[in-house]
Design a protein around this ligand. Sequence first.
Ligand SMILES: [Ca+2]
Ligand SMILES: [Ca+2]
Length: 187
Amino acid sequence: MVPMRMLKVLLLFVFITGVSSAGVFVSADTPMTIPDLTTVYSYITVPSGATITDVNVMIDSLSHSYDADLRIWLTSPGGTSIVLFENNGGSGDGLFGTVFDDEASTPIASGAAPFTGAFRPIQALSAFDGQNSGGIWTLTVADQIAGDRGTLNAWSLQVDGSDVPEPATWLLGGVGLLGLALRHCIR
Ligand SMILES: [Ca+2]
Ligand SMILES: [Ca+2]
């Protein structure tokens, strides 16, 4: 029978190394105006790194009076950029509750303003899979046609990943287990 104390430490060890880094991270530098014929950048810092298994992006609220002016990219901390939105939506207004998700059934090009719901981005978000999630993510919004402007009110990032245990975590767990084993032998 496994001693209760050993079981507790084992559970703690599993907990430390097995937690998922899944998280939703919300923009803090918004609202941000999107002037005519101007490119703006909004940043989200993801504090702890995990190996990315899936990324979804949500444009919670972007108001604009002519969506086809807009091109929107996402850039990972590792420097990979993908195009989410490329002059879609014609003269329609804004993106509200727009989720970019590789697993969505409708491509963004088939959507219509205000693009509420889930859409596949122009380029696949799976380009980020396998990268480390920690660091600064950049949403780039370019207004490319004269006459209309808008505001990026809020966006967020949903990151799913598996933790890469840090050496310190392994060391802590190892020391704990060794201590228990020694105590067990001495008894
Ligand atoms: Ca996804
Ligand atoms: Ca414009």
